[in-house]
Ligand binder design. Structure first.
Ligand code: NAP
Length: 240
C-alpha cells in the first residue's frame, strides 16, 4: 500500500486529502501542528470508514530540525502533499517583520524542508510524487495579502524548478492553486464578502475541501503520469 504524507491534515483541505487518499487505497500520514484532537478524530473516522489506520505525526513544519526528525521517524513515503499553510489579511504597510517571517516560514520554508527530505527518499527509490498547495493569489496577487501572495507565488516557482530537477529521477512535482475554498481559513470573511467571492467565480460557488482533495488524488495517480511542473487551478473559473 502506498503511503502519503499530508502536512496540515488536522483540518480543512488537508483533512479532506487524508480521507480522499484513504478512499483510494493509500495509507495516509496525518501531520498536524496544534490540533491534535482533531487529527485523532479524523484518524478514527478514516479507520471506521475505510479500514485503514492512518499514522498521526505532530510537527511544526516551519521547524527544520523537527521536519528532519519526522522524516527519519516515518522512514518511507510515496507521495507528499505540502498543504499546511496560514493566511492573514493586513494592509501592506501594517505587515510587521514578525508577520512576514511567520508567513514565509510556514508557507514557504515548510514546503522546502518537507520537499527536501521527501526528495532524498524518492530519489533513492526513483519514484514519487510531490504536490504543493499554493493559491490562485500566488498567481494573481491579492490586495491586503501581500505576504501570503508572495509566499504562494514562491511555491509556484519552487514547483517548476524542482520538477525539472527531479523529473529524471521519475519524481513528479505539481502544484494546485485553489480558489476560494470553504474552510476555517475563510471564517473571518462576512456573508457579504463570501457572496461577492461566490458571484465572481463562473461556477457561482465556493470550492469545497473535497474539490482540492480530488485534484490531489488525481495528480498523485498514474493517470497523471505524464504531468509534472504544472499549476492546476481548482477555482471554479475565478482565474482563467
Ligand atoms: P485551514 O483550514 O486553516 O487548515 C490549515 C492546516 O494547516 C491545519 O491543519 C493546521 O494544523 C495546518 N498548519 C498550520 N501551520 C502549521 C505548521 N506550522 N505546521 C504544521 N501544520 C500547520 O486551511 P485550509 O483552507 O485547509 O488551507 C490548506 C492549504 O490550502 C493552505 O496552504 C492554504 O494556504 C491553501 N489555500 C486555501 C484556500 C482557502 O480558500 N481555504 C485557498 C487557496 C489556498 P493545526 O490546526 O494542527 O495547527
Amino acid at each position: 500500500m502506498k503511503t502519503v504524507l499530508i502536512t496540515g491534515a488536522s483540518r480543512g483541505i488537508g483533512a479532506a486529502c487524508a480521507k480522499a487518499f484513504a478512499e483510494n487505497g493509500y495509507s495516509p500520514i496525518i501531520n498536524y501542528n496544534k490540533s491534535r484532537s482533531k487529527a485523532q478524530e479524523l484518524s478514527e473516522k478514516i479507520y471506521k470508514k475505510f479500514g485503514i489506520k492512518p499514522t498521526l505525526y505532530g510537527c511544526d513544519i516551519s521547524d527544520s530540525a523537527a521536519v528532519k526528525k519526522m522524516f527519519r521517524d516515518l522512514g518511507d513515503i510515496d507521495v507528499l502533499v505540502n498543504n499546511a499553510g496560514i493566511s492573514q489579511q493586513k494592509l501592506f504597510t501594517d505587515i510587521t517583520d514578525e508577520d512576514w517571517k511567520k508567513m514565509t516560514s510556514v508557507n514557504l520554508d515548510g514546503v522546502f524542508y518537507c520537499s527536501r527530505e521527501a526528495a532524498m527518499i524518492m530519489v533513492r527509490k526513483k519514484s514519487g510524487s510531490i504536490i504543493n498547495i499554493s493559491s490562485m493569489w500566488g498567481e494573481t496577487g491579492a490586495s491586503c495579502e501581500v505576504h501570503y501572495s508572495a509566499s504562494k507565488a514562491a511555491v509556484i516557482g519552487l514547483t517548476k524548478a524542482l520538477s525539472k530537477e527531479l523529473g529524471p529521477s521519475n519524481i513528479r512535482v505539481n502544484c494546485i492553486a485553489p480558489g476560494v475554498i470553504d474552510t476555517d481559513m475563510m471564517k473571518d470573511f462576512d456573508e457579504e464578502t463570501r457572496k461577492t467571492l461566490r458571484d465572481e467565480a463562473p461556477l457561482q460557488r465556493l470550492g469545497t475541501a473535497r474539490d482540492i482533495a480530488d485534484a490531489a488524488v488525481f495528480l498523485a495517480s498514474g493517470k497523471a503520469g505524464f504531468i509534472t511542473g504544472q499549476i492546476l487551478g481548482v477555482n471554479g473559473g475565478f482565474v482563467i
